[in-house]
Design a protein around this ligand. Sequence first.
Ligand code: SF4
Ligand code: SF4
Length: 111
Amino acid sequence: MTYVIAEPCVGVKDGSCADVCPVDCIHTTPDADMYFIDPEECTDCGACVPQCPVAAIYPEDELPREWSRFRDVDGGPFGPGGLSGAPVPRRPMPSVGLGEIGAEPPSDNFR
Ligand code: SF4
Ligand code: SF4
C-alpha cells in the first residue's frame, strides 16, 4: 500500500507534508500544481496526513471515490513519463495501425 495525495492539494502545494516525511518520498516540480508521493518509497507511516491543511492525503485504500484518478496513475510523475507533473495513464494508448511510414499502398485501389 501507499499513501496518495488527492485533488485538495492542487493549487495549495505548500509542502508541509514533504517537510515531515521521514523517507523524503514526497516530491513536486516547478511545473506541477501539486505534490506527489512516490509509491515505491512510501513506508505507510502516516506522518504526512495530519500536516496537510486541506486533508489531501489518504491511505490508498481509503481514497474517496471521486479522487480515484489520483491513484489510477502509475505513480503520477514517478511513472514512465517521469517527473513531468502530468499524470501518466496506467494503460498505453491503443495502436492506430498506420503501417510503415513510406511503405507502398497494398494495391492500385489506393493510388
Ligand atoms: S505515509 Fe509516511 S512515508 Fe508515506 S509519504 Fe507520508 S510521511 Fe512519507
Ligand atoms: S501538506 Fe497537503 S496541501 Fe500541502 S503539499 Fe502536502 S498534500 Fe499538498
